[in-house]
Structure formats: C-alpha cells, structure tokens
Design a protein around this ligand. Structure first.
Ligand code: FAD
Length: 446
C-alpha cells in the first residue's frame, strides 16, 4: 500500500523515516522548494529546545547523534531583571540535565536527508495540497507545472497548524476543529557574536520576564542568539504601539536595558521581522474513512512555552508506528488506536504549555518562585524517583503527558507542606534571632 505524507516539516520527515523502515512505499509532498537550498525566511529562523521525548524518537532510529551534533545544551534559565544581577536557575539539582537548542531549519534539513535515504521514500517539493477526497485518497496538488492529481492508499496530514489536509476533512464534514489564538504574538531579534564569542552565556535559556510579556533567547552554533519576543498583538504595550526606531530604542532601554548594546540591528529587526501568531488547535477526530490521518501540529498545535510542540510531534510518530505494528499494518485500526492513546496526552501538554506562559513571563523572577524551585530540588534529592518536578517530567522523561499532569497534582500537597515548613522554619529562625538580639539589648519582656 502506498502512503502519502503531506508536509516535509519535522513530523512529516521523521514519520517518513519510520514508515520507510517498515518497508512501505512513501511519498512526501511539500509545498515549499527544497529548504536545503539555503534561504531562511527573515525572522522565521526559530530555534527549538529539543528534549528527551524528541531525542528518544530520534534515538530509536539512530538519528540522535546526527541531530545533536548541531545542538547546544542549556542547563537552566538565566533570568534578566530590568535592573540588578542575573539569576541562573538550574533545571536539575546537580545541573546535569539540559534541554538542547537547535535551529529548526538545521533539524529539518537533517531529517530530510534521513527521509530521502530511507528505503522506499521519495520527497516531492513544490507540491501544495489543495484538494483531497478522503473516501478515495485522491489528492490535488498545485505545482509550477499546474495542478497535479495523485492517489494513495493512506494520506497522512503532517502539514502543520494551518493544515490543508485538516481543512479538506473539515470541508467534507469529517472533522470539527477549534482554533484558540493567543492575544500575544512573537517576533524575532538577533544578538550577534561579539569578536567571535557569545555575547551571553550559551549554557542557558535566557528569559526577560516582564509581567504581561517576555523575551527569550537561545544560543546558535554560529555564536549568535535568536531572541523571541512574546508580546501582546493589540493595546498600548503591543508590537504595533512602537512605530518608530526611536520608540523601539526607548522601549528597550526602559524594559530590556542589557539587550540594547548587544543588538546593533534592534530597530531594523523590529521593523522588518514579521509578527507570528500563536495558538492552540483542537480537532476531532484525527482520522477519516480508515485512510486519512492527522499528526503533529496538524492534529494538535500548541503554544511554544513548554518547548514541546516538535517533541510532541516526534512522540506522535513513535506512537503511530507502535499502533501500526500492533494492528498488523492495518491502517483502519491503527489510526483510531493512535488517537485513542495520544489525545489525552496532547490535551495535557496543550494545557501545561498555556500555564507555563504565565510562569515564564511573570513568576520566574519572584523570590517565592525561587524558593519553591529550591525546595523542589531538595525533595527530588530526598525522594529520588518518587518526587520529580513537572518541568523534569515533561522535559527529561517520556512519562506520558497526561500521567505527568496527574502525578504533579498528587505531588502538589507534598510540595506545599515542604515549602510551608521551610517558610515557618525561616520565620522561626528570624523570630528567635530577633529575640536574642533584643535580649542582648535588654528589650525582651520576661
Ligand atoms: P510544521 O513544522 O509546521 O511543518 C509542516 C510542513 O507542512 C511545512 O514544511 C509546510 O511547508 C508543509 N505544508 C503546509 N501546508 C502544506 C500543503 N498545503 N501542502 C504541502 N505541504 C504543506 N517546539 C519544540 O519542541 N520546542 C521548542 O522550543 C519550540 N519552540 C517554538 C517556538 C516558536 C516561536 C514556535 C512558533 C514554535 C515552537 N515549537 C517548538 C513548535 C514547533 O515548531 C512545531 O511544533 C513543529 O514545527 C511542528 O512540526 P510539524 O512538522 O507538525 O509542522
């Protein structure tokens, strides 16, 4: 049976590698030209944090080393306040666990190479899907030579959050969808290398938390940093509200003062780089007619604040491959089974990713947050394997996301008690110190 994968992005390429290894005849259709030609769309470089879930999927087919060759480990968050010293917060107690910064383009290119060299896989660029009959698997593609028809026994939509495959299923009444856009968008800036060196610590994910908005920066192998601003799309403190280079500079001097001397092209980047939208895609079902399926962002795009979109898409691939194995290669069984197993997990990470936006932009700078993280690291050390923080479960394990959510709810009480004990202990120590200093000065009532 021939399989069509629509979209040669991260999920589509990895899926092609997995299905090729199963001996299937796979054609990947991609609307863009071959990205290995080199040109990256301005302001859309996007570097990703790849963590254990993504690495696990790559490891299973021998791709981890190749991908990690281009990656930079980040062992914690570096918080940049408006004034005062930087604050490095390790992701794990010993600082031994890291998430990995990698350019989406470089990762995509590595996966394209791997897909093209997998047995039975071919990739056709410049093919934009514009029509699909889910009952027959007949697809229409817009190409430079005009419209082209193709047929496949199975059609898998790995064509991202704005999926045309999902759009076709919607038009044929096979799925329902909801799109919840955030009232924040994103824009990229660059901090170049200074004299060939990183301008900031490359071992950290940098965060400028500013209450209702924030900026982050991830290191690149060429020693630059890609910064991503997550700002409101409307209102007085939005992207649109800074309409001149002087206004941009004034705003950055007031709110991100340490960035100004490091980003010489700040005003130009700000003016020319596009604002991207962010949102959560939910749809059901993820399959139709036993032969069409959705995977990755096409089925469940999420906001990027847990750094999990691509990791989750890679996990999808492992699960779909497993379902196919367990269904004896019968897609009409594998596709519903895949949805049954994955949905509660993708719902869970969608919710956790939204919650993490508030944590990153607002809470990470507070002393209480630092105290809680400190206590969490101590609990992890005192109860190894029994207490594991949510961040560690999401980023450094392959525990299913829904289980993570349940487990963290269970752990919350223990954390609350431990934090209260520390606070009470600190208060008690403070009171006793006050009392003894009072006694020394003869002030304490007896
Ligand atoms: P996509 O990467 O969107 O790929 C879809 C492919 O389909 C594209 O190649 C597209 O050209 C093609 N296509 C689209 N329409 C058609 C059509 N009609 N016909 C043919 N082809 C078509 N994830 C992480 O894991 N970690 C992170 O740190 C992280 N950070 C992020 C930061 C930002 C600012 C954003 C926006 C996202 C981030 N993500 C992160 C999410 C991650 O980028 C996505 O989850 C991931 O790219 C999804 O992969 P995909 O292959 O499913 O979809």
């Amino acid at each position: 049976m021939n399989v069509a994968i629509v979209g040669a992005g991260l999920t589509g390429c990895l899926l092609a590698c997995y299905l090729g290894r199963r001996g299937l005849d796979v054609t990947v259709y991609e609307r863009r030209p071959d990205p290995r030609g080199g040109v990256v769309e301005r302001g859309r470089s996007i570097n990703l944090a790849i963590s254990e879930r993504g690495l696990d999927a790559l490891r299973r087919i021998g791709l981890e080393e190749r991908v990690m060759a281009d990656a930079l480990p980040m062992r914690g968050r570096m918080i940049h306040p408006v004034s005062g010293p930087l604050d490095f917060q390790r992701y794990s107690r010993d600082g031994d666990l890291a998430i990995n910064s990698i350019s989406r383009g470089a990762l995509n290119n590595t996966l394209l190479d791997a897909a093209e060299s997998a047995p039975g896989v071919k990739v056709l660029f410049g093919h934009r899907l514009t029509g699909l009959d889910p009952a027959t698997g007949t697809m229409t593609f817009e190409t430079e030579q005009g419209d082209v028809l193709a047929e496949a026994g199975v059609v898998l939509g790995a064509d991202g959050s704005g999926s045309a495959v999902r759009g076709q299923l919607l038009a044929h009444g096979r799925v329902e969808e909801s799109l919840d856009f955030l009232d924040h968008g994103y824009k990229e800036l660059t901090i170049p290398a200074v004299d060939g060196e990183f301008a900031l610590d490359p071992g950290a994910l940098h965060i400028w938390p500013r209450g209702t908005s924030m900026m982050i920066a991830l290191p690149n192998p060429d020693r630059s940093f890609t910064c991503t601003m997550f700002w409101p799309t409307g209102g007085t403190a939005s992207f649109a509200s800074l309409s001149s280079p002087a206004a941009v500079e004034r705003h950055f001097r007031a709110h991100y003062p340490d960035v100004v001397p490091l980003a010489p092209d700040l005003a130009d980047d700000y003016r020319h780089n596009p604002v991207g939208l962010l949102g959560t895609v939910r749809c059901a079902p993820w399959h139709a007619d036993g032969r069409v399926g959705l995977i990755g962002d096409a089925a469940h795009a999420i906001v990027p604040f847990y750094g999990q979109g691509a990791n989750c898409g890679f996990e999808d691939v492992v699960e779909l491959d497993r379902c196919l194995e367990e269904s004896g290669g019968r897609w009409e069984r594998a596709l519903p089974l895949f949805e049954e197993r994955r949905r509660e997990n993708t719902d869970a990470i969608a919710e956790m990713a939204l919650a993490n936006f508030v944590e990153m932009r607002d809470k990470v700078a507070s002393p209480m947050y630092r105290l809680v993280k400190n206590v969490e690291h101590r609990l992890e050390a005192a109860l190894p394997g029994r207490y594991v923080s949510r961040y560690a479960l999401v980023s450094f394990s392959t525990v299913p996301y829904a289980q993570v959510r349940r487990r963290v709810r269970g752990q919350r009480r223990l954390l609350g008690t431990a934090v209260a004990a520390v606070v009470t202990g600190v208060l008690a120590a403070g009171v006793s110190a006050l009392r003894s200093s009072g006694r020394r000065r003869g002030l304490t009532r007896r």
